[in-house]
Design a binder for this molecule. Structure first.
Ligand code: HEC
Ligand code: HEC
Ligand code: HEC
Ligand code: HEC
Ligand code: HEC
Ligand code: HEC
Ligand code: HEC
Ligand code: HEC
Ligand code: HEC
Ligand code: HEC
Length: 337
C-alpha cells in the first residue's frame, strides 16, 4: 500500500464508523414517526377509494397475518349511525361512512395492484404496536368522532401530554376490547404502571387482582380535573362512591378523615393491614403527642410496675378508639364508640 492510499484509508475510517453507528438508528427510525409527514400530506389530499372496504379486503384477506375482519365483530363495523360503516351518511358528518379509511386515512395509491417495488407501497396510517405516525395524528383520526363525553378532558391530561395514543389502550380489530373489560383491564394498564401491579399483590389490597374492582372504578383515564385522573372531584369523594359510611356526617368527626383518606391509607396496596401507610401506634403518634394520655411508654424502663400500659396493648390505639373514622355516639367524643 502506498503512503497516500494508506492515509486515505485512515481518513475514511471515521466516515465508515459514523455510517455503521447510525445504521441501527436509521432502521429503527423507519418504524416510528418517519411516515408522519407523508401520511399528513396524504390525509390532506383526501384521495379516498371508491369501493371502500371491498377494495381493502381484496388484499387484506385471511391470508394476511393481521385479521382485519374482526372489526365487523364490534360497534365500528356495524352500519349504525355515526359509525365508519354507517350507510347513506351526510358528507358533512366527516368521516362517517368512510369505512376502513375513516381511521386509516385515504387509500390514495396504497391500494395499487401492481407496484414496481413492493417496498414502495405508500403507507396507510397505522396504530398500535406497528404505529407509523405520531400520537397526535393517530388520535385526531379517533377524535374526529369521539371528541365528546369522556374525552372532554383529554387535551392536557397526563396521558395526552405523555403522548399516549388511543390505540395504546384500545384494540379495535377484535370482538372485545380487553381494556374495557373489568377483569382484563389492569393487564393493559400495568404494561406501563408496573408499580401499581406490584402494589395490588401486597398483603392488603383492593381486590383488583380478583377482578372485583377495576382501575376505572377510581380513575377517569381519558382525563379529569386533577392530575391523578380521579373519577370524582376529590380523592375522598372517589372513596365515598363505595365507602359511603365513611362520609358521615358524624357527631364527632376525626379531622384527618374528612380531610384526606390518603393521610392514613394507600389506594392500591400496602404491607400493613387495612391499606394503612403505617401501623398504629406510629400512625396515630405522627400527630398525637402523648401529653395528657398514658400512651407514651415504649421502652422497658418506661413501663409502669406490673406490666405494659393498657393503652399500648397489642400496639393498638384502635382497641379503644375503634371509631377512628368518626362517631355518632352521644359520648363518642374520644372516638371510642
Ligand atoms: C375505528 C377505526 C378503524 C377502522 C374502521 C379500521 N381499522 Fe384497521 N386498525 C385500527 C387500529 C386501532 C389498528 C391497530 C391494531 C388494533 O388496535 O386493533 C388497526 C390495524 C390495522 C391493520 C394492521 C396493520 C399491521 O400492523 O399489521 C390493518 C392491515 C388494518 N387495520 C386494516 C383495516 C381494514 C382493511 C379495515 C376495514 C375493513 C380497517 N382496518 C378498519 C383502526 C381501525
Ligand atoms: C393491492 C393490495 C392492497 C390493497 C388493495 C390494500 N392494501 Fe393495505 N397493505 C398491503 C400490503 C402488501 C401491506 C404491507 C405493506 C408492508 O408491510 O410494507 C399493507 C399494509 C397496510 C397497513 C399497515 C400500514 C402500512 O402502510 O404498512 C394498513 C393499515 C393497511 N394496509 C390498510 C389498508 C386499507 C385501509 C386499505 C383499503 C383502503 C388497503 N390497505 C388496501 C396491500 C394492500
Ligand atoms: C367515523 C366515526 C368513528 C371513528 C373514526 C372512530 N370511531 Fe369509535 N365509535 C364510533 C361509533 C359510532 C361507536 C359506537 C358508539 C356507541 O356504541 O355509542 C364507537 C365506539 C367506540 C368505542 C367503544 C365501544 C366499543 O364497543 O368498543 C371505543 C373504545 C372507540 N369507539 C374507540 C375508537 C378509537 C380508538 C378510534 C380511532 C382509532 C375510533 N374509535 C374511531 C365511531 C367512530
Ligand atoms: C390509558 C388507556 C386509555 C387511553 C389512552 C384511551 N382510552 Fe378510551 N377507554 C379506556 C378505558 C379503561 C375505557 C372504559 C372505561 C371508561 O369508559 O372510561 C375506555 C372507554 C372508551 C370509550 C367508550 C366509553 C365512552 O367513554 O364513550 C371510547 C369511545 C373511548 N374510550 C375512546 C377513546 C379515544 C378516542 C381515545 C384517544 C383520544 C382513548 N379512548 C384513549 C382506556 C383508554
Ligand atoms: C402506554 C403506557 C401507558 C398505559 C397503557 C397506561 N398508562 Fe397511565 N400513564 C402513562 C404515563 C406515561 C403517564 C404520565 C405520568 C407518569 O409518568 O407516570 C400516566 C399517568 C397515569 C395516571 C396519573 C398519574 C400521575 O401521577 O400523573 C394515572 C392515574 C394512570 N396513568 C392510570 C392508568 C390506567 C388506569 C390505565 C389503564 C386503563 C393506564 N394508565 C394505562 C402511561 C400509560
Ligand atoms: C380504590 C380506588 C383505586 C383503584 C381501584 C385504582 N386506583 Fe390508582 N390511584 C387511586 C388514588 C386515590 C390515587 C392518588 C393517590 C395520591 O394522590 O396519593 C391513585 C394514583 C394512581 C397513580 C399515580 C400514583 C402512582 O402510584 O403511581 C397511578 C399511575 C394509578 N393510580 C394507576 C392505577 C391503575 C393502573 C389501576 C388499576 C390496576 C389503579 N390505579 C386502580 C385510586 C385507585
Ligand atoms: C369501586 C368501589 C371502591 C372504591 C371507589 C374504593 N373502595 Fe375501598 N374497598 C372496596 C372493596 C370491594 C373492598 C374489599 C372489601 C372486602 O374485602 O370486604 C375495599 C376495601 C378497602 C379497605 C380495607 C382493605 C383491607 O385490607 O381490609 C380500605 C382501607 C379501603 N377500601 C379504603 C379505600 C380508600 C381510601 C378509597 C379511596 C381512595 C377506596 N377504598 C375506594 C371498594 C372500593
Ligand atoms: C387517621 C387515620 C385514618 C384516616 C384519615 C382514614 N382511615 Fe380508614 N382506617 C384507619 C385505621 C387505623 C383502620 C383500621 C381499623 C381497625 O383496625 O379497626 C382503617 C380502616 C378502614 C377501612 C376498613 C375497615 C372498615 O372500617 O370498613 C376502610 C374501608 C377505611 N378505613 C376507609 C377509609 C376512608 C374511605 C377514608 C377517608 C374518608 C379513611 N378510611 C380515612 C385509619 C384512617
Ligand atoms: C394527620 C394527623 C392525625 C392522625 C394521623 C391521627 N389523628 Fe387523631 N386527631 C387529629 C386531629 C387534628 C384531631 C382533632 C383534635 C382536636 O379537635 O383537638 C384528632 C382527634 C382525635 C381524637 C379525639 C380527641 C379529642 O380530644 O376529642 C382521638 C381519640 C384521636 N384523634 C385518635 C386517633 C387515633 C387512634 C389515630 C390513629 C389511628 C389518630 N387519631 C390519627 C389528627 C390526627
Ligand atoms: C385502653 C384504652 C385506650 C388505648 C389503648 C388508647 N387510648 Fe386514647 N384514650 C382513652 C381514653 C379512656 C381517653 C379519654 C380519657 C383520657 O383522656 O385519658 C383517651 C383519650 C385520647 C385522646 C384525646 C386526648 C386527651 O388527652 O383527651 C387521644 C388523642 C388519644 N386518646 C389517642 C390515643 C392514641 C394515639 C393511642 C395509641 C397510641 C391511644 N389513644 C390508645 C383510651 C385509650
Amino acid at each position: 500500500m502506498r503512503a497516500n492510499e494508506y492515509i486515505a484509508a485512515i481518513t475514511l475510517w471515521p466516515v465508515l464508523l459514523a455510517i455503521v453507528l447510525s445504521y441501527p438508528h436509521m432502521v429503527q427510525g423507519a418504524s416510528a414517526d418517519d411516515h408522519h409527514d407523508t401520511l399528513t400530506e396524504k390525509l390532506h389530499t383526501g384521495n379516498y377509494s371508491r369501493r371502500g372496504a371491498d377494495e381493502c379486503l381484496g388484499c387484506h384477506d385471511e391470508t394476511f397475518p393481521f385479521p382485519t375482519d374482526k372489526i365487523f365483530h364490534n360497534a365500528h363495523g356495524q352500519s349504525i349511525p355515526h359509525s365508519p360503516f354507517a350507510q347513506n351518511s351526510d358528507p358533512k358528518e366527516f368521516p362517517t361512512g368512510l369505512q376502513c379509511e375513516a381511521c386509516h386515512g385515504p387509500a390514495g395509491d396504497h391500494s395499487k395492484q401492481v407496484l414496481v417495488d413492493e417496498a414502495a407501497r405508500r403507507p396507510m396510517i397505522n396504530f398500535g404496536k406497528r404505529a407509523n405516525a405520531g400520537a397526535d395524528l393517530q388520535n385526531s383520526m379517533c377524535l374526529n368522532c369521539h371528541n365528546s363525553g369522556g374525552r372532554i378532558h383529554w387535551p392536557g391530561s397526563s396521558h395526552e401530554t405523555s403522548d399516549l395514543a388511543c390505540a395504546d389502550c384500545h384494540q379495535l380489530h377484535s370482538a372485545e376490547d380487553p381494556v374495557q373489560q373489568p377483569e382484563s383491564q389492569a393487564q393493559t394498564c400495568n404494561e406501563c404502571h408496573s408499580n401499581v401491579a406490584a402494589d395490588a399483590l401486597k398483603h392488603s389490597a383492593h381486590p383488583i387482582e380478583e377482578g372485583q374492582l377495576a382501575c376505572d372504578d377510581c380513575h377517569q383515564v381519558h382525563g379529569a380535573g386533577d392530575d391523578k385522573l380521579l373519577l370524582e372531584i376529590s380523592l375522598n369523594d372517589t372513596c365515598y362512591t363505595c365507602h359511603a359510611e365513611k362520609r358521615g356526617p358524624f357527631l364527632y368527626e376525626h379531622a384527618p378523615v374528612a380531610e384526606d383518606c390518603s393521610i392514613c391509607h394507600l389506594p392500591h396496596g400496602s404491607n400493613q393491614p387495612s391499606l394503612l401507610t403505617r401501623r398504629p401506634p406510629q400512625l396515630c403518634q405522627g400527630c398525637h403527642s402523648a401529653a395528657g394520655h398514658r400512651n407514651l411508654p415504649q421502652l422497658a424502663d418506661q413501663i409502669p410496675p406490673g406490666g405494659a400500659s393498657e393503652y399500648l396493648l397489642a400496639q393498638g390505639c384502635t382497641n379503644c378508639h375503634a371509631e377512628v373514622h368518626g362517631s355518632n355516639h352521644p359520648s363518642g367524643d374520644k372516638l371510642k364508640r
